[in-house]
Design a binder for this molecule. Structure first.
Ligand code: SF4
Length: 457
């Protein structure tokens, strides 16, 4: 039965032009607002009426986690950079001058981490997963792991709101050479030739910003004869959090849910990879109803997010999130580590702290909540999980493991790294001296240590 539509249920986006007015909802200092506006010139800002009216506690701003998750914070950029942009705004500098300063700052923020452009974009034909140097890649496709292809549909490269920590921020700032998106036909041709692929992850941005009709045009060709090897279709989305009305009262909500049912009826495993950063995202009636409606279609919902300083860097929050997820029939999946891009310095949590948060969260939930894995770094060579810290003689070491890897033979093998209490990313780690060269360190391309082979800045 269709749900009644009220004025509050109509999607109303807010962007940089509305930022000043939105920030006046709280008693922030003039300096804070000026610098936040400068940050919004460099990094993308977009939110909507549901996030602003129902998820943010304005009495707790600027410390409120949902505010930090969605609104620019001055310290996301180095002081010099934000003061330079703020000065240009104060002086009503020309767009050309401002644009030049902004481009310079963005280029220092590692816009495409972990070799996404160089190593993940395949070329046409059977050459293999990664394109050879000089060959033209297939737009809109990344193929990093043997079984899984990522598809970035051209019309799905935005979100209902942007996360301040987004590792795909570069796609949202209008810089065309930083974007990658494509159409479904080349994807289908590629998949016909790559029968090793079992999973297609439709991602963005957020593919559920597309109308149900557009999404159907992206997904239904995957149900055709000849692609039976694609047994799982995943949809990467934060719409269950940022715009749950997508599944209730949008004009095409019913059409969207019907599409989900068709995918399931076609014998495919449909998985909604739901990005939830904080338990508050599951606190409203509309959010709960959205989960219920999605699950009713036969889709599985898996829950994942990075651990972010000032947003969710407390074990109790993760335990609450995973417990709520299990209660609602969803599956806790990944706790990620914030990637080495954009304002990572501001949001990053040291690896040792991330591991402690994971360990202490898992200790507070039942076995069904412990389906979550982490903390995981999506690094250049694969997904590296921090399994813990051990004493090895007089030294402390990190115990690491590839959960997923470009080279399948690396998956599941533990290896060690020197303990570093300040390390926040794989590229900052180093092998343990005296440990035999049987670890993945020794087999990195060219025999490089991770400092050379990773995607560090
Ligand atoms: S929902 Fe995902 S893609 Fe969109 S801004 Fe957040 S992290 Fe980025």
């Amino acid at each position: 039965m269709a749900v009644q539509r009220a004025q509050a249920d109509v999607f109303r986006p807010y962007g940089r032009k509305e930022l000043a007015a939105l920030l006046r909802r709280s008693s922030l200092t003039e300096q804070y607002r000026r610098e936040a506006q400068a940050v919004a010139e460099v990094l993308p800002f977009r939110t909507n009426s549901y996030v602003v009216d129902h998820l943010i506690d304005w009495s707790a701003v600027p410390d409120d986690p949902m505010f930090r998750l969605t609104f620019p914070q001055p310290d996301m950029l180095p002081l010099d950079d934000r003061l330079r942009v703020a000065g240009l705004l104060d002086a009503s500098a020309s767009r050309a001058l401002l644009g030049e300063a902004v481009r310079g700052i963005r280029s220092r923020l590692n816009p495409h981490p972990a070799g996404q452009l160089e190593r993940n974009v395949p070329t046409a034909g059977r050459q293999g997963q990664s394109g050879e140097q000089g060959e033209r890649g297939i737009p809109g496709i990344q193929h990093k792991y043997r079984e899984t292809v990522l598809f970035f549909p051209r019309r799905g490269q935005t979100c209902h709101a942007y996360c301040t920590y987004c590792f795909r921020w570069a796609q949202f700032v209008g810089d065309t050479d930083l974007k990658f998106a494509g159409d479904v036909e080349p994807l289908v041709r590629y998949l016909r030739e790559h029968t090793e692929v079992t999973d297609v992850l439709v991602t963005g941005g957020d593919p559920l910003v597309m109308s149900a009709g557009l999404l159907a045009r992206c997904v239904e060709p995957l149900l055709d004869g000849g692609l039976e090897h694609v047994s799982t279709i995943r949809l990467g989305t934060k719409s269950l959090s940022y715009w749950p009305h997508r599944f209730l009262t949008d004009p095409d909500s019913e059409e969207l849910l019907a599409l989900f049912r068709r995918i399931v009826a076609a014998g495919r495993h449909l998985v909604v990879m739901a990005h939830y950063s904080h338990p508050r995202e599951l606190s409203t009636d509309v959010a709960l109803e959205a989960v219920r409606r999605v699950r009713e279609t036969g889709a599985t919902v898996r829950v994942q997010a990075p651990v972010i300083r000032g947003v969710n860097d407390e074990a109790g929050l993760w335990a609450e999130l995973w417990s709520s997820a299990v209660r609602l029939g969803m599956v806790p999946y990944y706790m990620f580590v914030e990637r080495d891009t954009g304002p990572q310095d501001y949001f990053a949590v040291p690896l040792v702290r991330a591991w402690e948060i994971f360990r202490d969260s898992a200790a507070q939930v039942s076995g069904l909540g412990r389906t979550a894995r982490g903390p995981v770094m999506s690094a250049d060579e694969g997904k590296v999980c921090v399994d813990g810290v051990l004493n090895l003689g007089d030294d402390e070491v990190f115990v690491l493991r590839y959960l997923q890897a470009r080279r399948p033979s690396w998956v599941g093998r533990p290896f060690l790294a020197r303990f570093d209490p300040r390390a926040t990313w794989f590229s900052q780690l180093a092998p343990v001296s005296g440990v035999p060269d049987s670890s993945p360190w020794a087999r990195l391309p060219g025999g490089l240590t991770p400092q050379g082979a990773g995607a560090g800045r």
